[in-house]
Design a binder for this molecule. Structure first.
Ligand code: SF4
Ligand code: SF4
Length: 752
C-alpha cells in the first residue's frame, strides 16, 4: 500500500488516519516525492524477483490519492509499471473517496490497468453520517457521480468496487440497496475500527454488528448474490479469509509518504506510532521490514493468537478478527477481537442461513476475469492482464533456471538490465518463443538432448542488452553455424561451431566462435553478411511478427514452414492485414481482443492434403500458427478461432476450471473420439467465437453463412450441455460455461 498523498479533501469523523490514536500523519510530507516512489517501486520489484512472486498487488492510498493530480499519478504509475511489471504480474489498485475523479483520470487508470475502489457508506443518510467535507457538506452526490463514471463501458474495467464502513445506526436494507444500485464488482464491508481501550458503540442488543450484517447477508443471498460481498464469501468454510478474518499470513506492508515501511494501516487505531517499523524503503528491503516482530507474529497462524481464540470452534474462519481490534493497553494484542461476540454470531448466522433453491453458484474472486472472457472475446484490458500473467510465468521460469543451474554471467546481466532497462527485458520476455526455450531447458525429460540442453539465458541477455544499447560480452551456446537472438533475428556464420562469444557494441553486436568472426549492424541501411532480421508486417492492431526463423517456434505439433522468401512474407502480411480488418468488420469486439495481444504468426508447412490448418501452443502466448492461405475471409476465422485457444490457455495456466484427476471423457459432435473436459472446454470457447463471426456475416450475407452459423451454434450448445452434464468442472468453470451459454444465445454480440 503506497501512501502517495497524506492529506484529504474530506473530513470523515470515523477516519483512522486523522481521527484515531495515531497522529503520525502530522509529521509526514503532504505528497510522496518521486524519488520515494521510485525507491518503493524498486524495493517491490527486488522482492518479487528474489522470491519469484507470480503477482504483487500495489494499492495507491492516502489520505486521498487523487490529490496527487493526474501528472503526479502518471509519474508514480509509470515508475511502478517500469520497475515491477518486468518481474511479476502487477495488480495496480487505488482506494479513493472519488470526489476528484473525472474522465481524464479514468482514462489514465485504464491506460495503466489500475482498478479503483471507492469509499461509500450507502444511502445519503448513511454516507453523510460520517463522510462529509470539513465545512460539514455532503459528499454523497460527489461519490455517486464518481461511481457512475466508473460504470461507463470504457471505464468499467477499472471499477474495482466499493468499501463501506458499517454503522449499526444506519438502516441495513437501505444501505444494501444503495450499494447494489451502484453495480459494484465487489463490496467490502468494514467494521469500524475499535479496540478494548476504545470499544465500538453498541446502541442495542448483545451482537448489534452481527445482527446488522446478517440482515445484509440474507438480502444478498435471497437476491441471488449480486456482485461479490467479500466479507460473506471470506467467512464461508474454505472462503480464504481477508486481512480481517481467517488464519492466512498477513501480507500487507505500507509505504508512508516519507518512505517509511509501516505495518497494516488499521493499527493506527491502537496507539500513537503503533504501525511504525523503524525501517524505510531507502535503506531496507521488504524482507527486512517483514521481519519486524509485529509483522512476523501475524505469519504464525493460530499460534500467534491468544488462548481464547486458539480454543474457539470458529478460529479457522475468524482468525481472531482484525489484528488492530485486539488491542488492550497492558495486554497488547494478546486478546480476542473487541468484536468477538459479533464475529462468533456472524459466522454461526452465515452458516445457518438457508439458501433459496433457485440460487446461482457462489461467485469467486475470478468472476470479473471469467465473466469478461465468457462474452466470447474479452476486453483488451483483460487480454493485457492475461499477457501480464504470461510474462510473470516466463519470469518465474527464468528464476527457476537460476535456481536449478546457479547464477551465471547471463543471469547477472539480465538482473542488472531489469533495473536499468526494464522495457528492453520485458520486450524479450514477451516474445512468444522465449517460454518454450525455458521449458525445454527445465524439462528433466529433455534436458539431456543436444539442443534441449542449451542454456537460453545468454541469448536472452544479449537480446535485452542490444535493445538497451548496453555493452556486454557473453558466451552464447548456438546451433552449428547459426546464432539466433530472440526478437531480433539470426546470424548464419559458417565455421561458428556450437558456442560463440558475443560482444554487444553500439548499433549491433560482434560474434566470434570456431573459425568464424562476424559483425551485425542493426541499422537496416547497413546490411550485414549472413544476418536474417526478424520480419514484421503492419496490421490494424499494430506490427505483427512473421516468425519463420526462431527454432523454438516448432512447438505446435505440426511442421512449421522454413524461412519464407521476401515476396512470400509480403503476401502473407497482406492477407493477415486484410483478415484483421475483416475481423474488425464482422466482430469488432474480437478485433479489439486481437489488437490487445496477438503479436506473432508462425507459417505452417503447406500440405496439399490439408491446405487449411492452424494451431496454438500453450507455452507460446501471443502467437498463432496458420498455413499461408490467400483468402482473408477464411484466415479471419482461423485467427479468431486460434486466439480463443490462446486466451483460454492463459486462463488455464493460472486457474482450475476443470476439476483435476477425474479421467472423464466427453463425446462432442465435432470430433469422432471422446475428449477430456479441458479439450471440450477449449473447443466450446473457440466455437462460441466462430459462431459469433458467422452469425454476424449471416446478417448481411445469408446463404452459406447461415448454414455455418447453425452448425457452430449447434456444436457449441451441445458442448456446453455436455460439459455441464459431465460434472467435471470446478465452480468457477461451471460459472464460466454458464456465462458462455448466455453469450451464445445473444443475437448480436460485438457484431457489426
Ligand atoms: S476520505 Fe478516507 S482518508 Fe479522507 S477523511 Fe475520509 S476516511 Fe479519511
Ligand atoms: S470468535 Fe472470538 S474467540 Fe473466536 S477466533 Fe474470533 S475473536 Fe477469537
Amino acid at each position: 500500500m503506497l501512501k502517495v498523498h497524506s492529506r484529504c479533501d474530506l473530513s470523515c469523523d470515523h477516519c483512522y488516519v486523522y481521527q484515531h490514536a495515531d497522529q503520525t500523519w502530522r509529521g509526514r510530507p503532504v505528497r510522496m516525492a518521486p524519488a520515494t516512489a521510485r525507491s518503493a517501486a524498486r524495493r517491490i520489484a527486488e522482492h518479487a524477483r528474489e522470491h519469484g512472486l507470480p503477482t504483487v498487488h500495489v494499492v495507491l492510498h492516502g489520505g486521498e490519492p487523487l490529490l496527487l493530480g493526474a501528472a503526479g499519478l502518471r509519474e508514480v504509475l509509470a515508475e511502478l509499471r517500469a520497475a515491477i511489471s518486468p518481474w511479476t504480474r502487477l495488480d495496480l489498485r487505488m482506494q479513493t473517496n472519488g470526489v476528484l475523479l473525472d474522465e481524464d483520470l479514468c482514462r489514465l487508470f485504464v491506460e495503466y490497468g489500475v482498478r479503483v475502489g471507492v469509499s461509500f457508506d450507502g444511502d445519503r443518510t448513511a454516507n453523510d453520517r460520517h463522510r462529509v467535507f470539513a465545512h460539514g457538506g455532503s459528499s454523497h452526490d460527489h461519490v455517486r457521480r464518481a461511481l457512475a463514471l466508473l460504470r461507463q463501458p470504457e471505464f468499467r474495467g477499472s471499477y474495482a468496487g466499493i468499501l463501506c464502513t458499517v454503522d449499526v445506526r444506519n438502516d441495513p436494507d437501505r444501505v444494501y440497496e444503495a450499494l447494489v444500485a451502484e453495480s459494484p464488482p465487489r463490496v467490502d464491508l468494514l467494521l469500524p475500527h475499535a479496540t478494548w481501550d476504545d470499544p465500538p458503540q453498541r446502541p442495542g442488543g448483545a451482537t448489534p454488528y452481527a445482527d446488522w450484517l446478517l440482515r445484509i447477508h440474507s438480502r444478498w443471498v435471497d437476491d441471488g448474490r449480486p456482485g461479490s460481498f467479500r466479507l460473506f464469501e471470506a467467512l464461508r468454510p474454505g472462503g480464504g479469509g481477508t486481512e480481517a478474518f481467517g488464519l492466512a499470513p498477513a501480507d500487507v506492508l505500507v509505504v508512508e509518504a516519507d518512505g517509511s515501511w509501516e505495518q497494516a494501516d488499521s493499527l493506527k487505531t491502537a496507539y500513537h506510532g503503533a504501525a511504525d517499523t523503524g525501517f524505510d524503503v531507502f535503506a531496507h528491503s521488504v524482507d527486512e521490514a517483514a521481519r519486524h516482530p509485529g509483522v512476523a507474529v501475524r505469519q504464525e497462524g493460530v499460534e500467534g493468537l491468544c488462548a481464547t481464540c486458539r480454543a474457539c470452534p470458529v478460529v479457522d474462519r475468524c482468525g481472531g478478527g482484525l489484528y488492530a481490534h485486539r488491542w488492550r493497553t497492558g495486554a497488547g494484542f494478546d486478546n480476542p477481537s473487541v468484536y468477538c461476540a459479533d464475529l462468533l454470531r456472524l459466522i454461526e448466522g452465515v452458516d445457518a442461513y438457508r439458501e433459496p433453491a433457485h440460487e446461482s453458484p457462489v461467485p469467486t474472486p475470478l468472476d470479473d476475469l471469467l465473466d469478461d472472457l465468457a462474452t466470447g472475446h474479452g476486453s483488451p484490458q483483460t487480454v493485457r492482464r492475461l499477457a501480464d500473467d504470461q510474462v510473470a510465468i516466463t519470469r518465474m521460469l527464468v528464476t527457476a533456471c537460476r535456481e536449478m543451474f546457479g547464477p551465471t554471467a547471463a543471469w547477472e546481466v539480465l538482473a542488472d538490465l531489469e533495473v536499468t532497462a526494464p522495457t528492453a527485458v520485458r520486450a524479450v520476455l514477451e516474445h512468444p518463443f522465449v517460454r518454450p526455450r525455458l521449458v525445454r531447458r527445465l524439462d528433466p525429460s529433455t534436458r539431456s538432448g543436444a539442443r534441449e540442453a542449451v542454456d537460453p539465458l545468454p541469448a536472452l541477455a544479449v537480446a535485452a542488452a542490444v535493445r538497451a544499447g548496453v555493452p556486454v560480452t557473453l558466451d552464447v551456446p548456438v546451433r552449428p553455424d547459426v546464432i539466433t537472438v530472440p526478437t531480433l533475428g539470426s546470424l548464419v556464420l559458417p565455421g561458428l561451431g556450437e558456442s560463440a562469444e558475443v560482444t554487444v557494441q553500439p548499433g549491433g553486436f560482434r560474434v566470434r566462435g570456431g573459425s568464424a568472426d562476424g559483425t551485425v549492424h542493426l541499422d537496416p541501411g547497413e546490411p550485414s553478411a549472413g544476418w536474417r532480421p526478424t520480419r514484421d508486417v503492419l496490421v490494424p492492431g499494430g506490427r505483427l511478427l512473421i516468425e519463420d526463423d526462431d527454432p523454438y517456434r516448432d512447438c505446435y505439433g505440426q511442421s512449421v514452414a522454413p524461412g519464407l522468401t521476401a515476396p512470400a512474407v509480403r503476401a502473407l502480411g497482406r492477407t493477415l492485414a486484410e483478415a484483421w480488418t475483416v475481423v474488425h468488420r464482422d466482430v469488432p469486439a474480437h478485433g479489439a481482443a486481437l489488437d490487445g495481444g496477438l503479436r506473432a504468426v508462425v507459417p505452417l508447412m503447406p500440405d496439399p492434403e490439408r491446405p487449411l490448418r492452424s494451431a496454438t501452443a500453450r507455452h507460446a502466448f501471443g502467437a498463432v500458427a496458420v498455413t499461408p492461405h490467400p483468402d482473408a475471409e477464411t484466415v479471419a476465422v482461423l485467427l479468431v478461432h486460434e486466439w480463443q485457444h490462446a486466451k483460454l490457455g492463459a486462463v488455464l495456466d493460472r486457474y482450475d476450471l476443470v476439476a483435476p484427476g477425474q479421467g472423464t471423457l466427453i463425446r462432442v459432435p465435432w470430433r469422432p473420439d471422446p475428449r477430456p473436459p479441458e479439450g471440450v472446454l477449449q473447443g466450446v470457447y473457440a466455437h462460441l467465437a466462430v459462431t459469433q463471426v458467422w452469425r454476424s456475416r449471416a446478417e448481411t450475407e445469408g446463404g452459406d453463412a447461415s448454414e455455418h452459423t447453425a452448425r457452430y451454434l449447434a456444436w457449441t450448445r451441445a458442448g456446453v450441455d455436455a460439459l455441464l452434464a459431465s460434472r467435471s468442472l470446478t465452480g468457477a468453470g461451471e460459472r464460466f460455461v454458464e456465462r458462455m451459454r448466455h453469450a451464445l444465445e445473444e443475437t448480436r454480440v460485438g457484431s457489426r
